[in-house]
Design a binder for this molecule. Sequence first.
Ligand SMILES: [Ca+2]
Length: 595
Amino acid sequence: MAGFLWIILRRGWKDPKTPRTLRTAAEFAQKGSTTKGSSAHSAACLGALRFLRTAIAALTLATQGLLLHNARMKNAWKHVALLVVISSLAQAQSSKRIPCESLSQIALPEAKVGSAESLQAGAFPAPPNLPPWLAGEPAFYKTLPAFCRVQVQGKPSADSDIRIEVWMPNDWNGKLQGIGNGGFAGQLDYHNMAVAISHGYAAVATDTGHTGEAIDARWALNHPEKIKDFGYRAIHQMTLVAKASAAAFYGKAPQHSYFAGCSNGGRQALMEAQRFPDDYDGILAGAPANYWTHLLASALWDAQATAMDGASYIPAAKLPAIAKAVNAACDAQDGVSDGVLNDPRQCRLDPASLLCKTENTDACLTVPQAAALKKLYDGAHDTTGQVFPGFLPGAEAGPGGWGLWITGQEPGRSLLFAFGYGFFADMVYEDPQWSFKTADFGQAVKDADKKAETFNATDPDLSRFMKHGSKLIVYHGWNDPAISAVNSVDYFNSVEKAMDARNADSFLRLYMAPGVQHCSGGPGPDSFDEAMQSALELWVEKNNAPAEIVATKYEGEGAAKTVKATRPLCPYPQAAKYKGSGDTNQAASFVCAGK
Ligand SMILES: [Ca+2]
């Protein structure tokens, strides 16, 4: 959340009439903690062959390692003390390793190593050119363990230029952590790479094939191959590169591989599960932008609803009044008056109830404003029906609410507007002069959908993923003002329908987080990434399926940071129900209930 505000403050927004400059104006949101043609086909086959060779070499090394491991184990239990075993194993493992620098010589699938360097503990400098939400605290880098940093250029097509980095700590826990991107990507999430290696994981991230701020799509204009890299190729390739690098460096492949991402990172997560089901054993998909074409068509809908003329625009000053009316009507429905709607789908607020009776003040809406609000709640529609779910009540006010994402500080100065513009101008119509004001909504949906195969990760058939034994956790904040949370429920239901609920239950969980905005922030307990990652790993590694996961709400920063509240998140369709007594700030006062 701090990330959004920092960028808005730093850059501000440009007028929608000068859209070319708008895309350098702001950054997209993603979670700030730990927290997918014929010529292309043949290129992919070539890559697969090259990778196969690397993989076979790696497998041989790994098998040797395992045999040695087993022999030493047997011997040790029979004849020597445990300490000797550990020492022997450590020796065996280290003897399999190759120096970091020699990784510059390894063969990679459709990629080449630019550099491989060994960094001493604390020697990696804080990245100077990244926004705080991707860089994190500069001091944190001084605490990093010694690691091997491999920089790779991926080139699955002649126009590709995918920057990939693999960070491998000397003291390895045997796992790989893949890290996703927010928005239109363009930068690596060094913060989460640093967090991962500090916990012993090998980490991998990519810029997905272009350099730029996360809200900037100008790189895509007339670059269809770069668009494919962004759409699905780069994350898959970084995964292959990371596995090959780890196999070479450590002398064995990762025992378990995980991927985590939110927003576009959630789309990347689901793309991996659907298109490359063997890449990861465990996937954490937050607030997924997986129905990309319709999500961004709905951004056009929102812009046309609120910014076509000055009269329909809902200024930020009126959002608190809308939120107040929502809470007055619905907050207590869940048994706790806490400013959080446990299930905002149950809340119906008629925008007409907010109409100004006499003069137009911030406490009420004009007739065109009420009509615009109704369109936002109803969601985007074309002549065939609903294109994308509408926004849920409860998310309107506050930092990280509609003022940032939907209505903006003035017409056309919102994140969704910028994303919608970047998508249609640079990716769909390849026309920088494209304007939301003259766009035909129904036609825009059809034209967006011509790109569905590249961007969308909506396939409900996860049977290959299930067969691989992988697990998937999806989460979504009910107060998400960027991507309607109903979209995640819809995807979850589609998988249950396509695969049978029992099958889905064996590898898929959905957690809806009350009061949580896009990826984080909002009035509800929004800190749960680590708990969810732990739950995912327990599921993958111990077959211990996740049940409730406790989310925490913190207040204050740094040393003054304290726990304000805890609340269980429940596996959907269950929801946290107040027991009727006890402190409503304590998770123990709630129980997961429902079917
Ligand atoms: Ca409530």
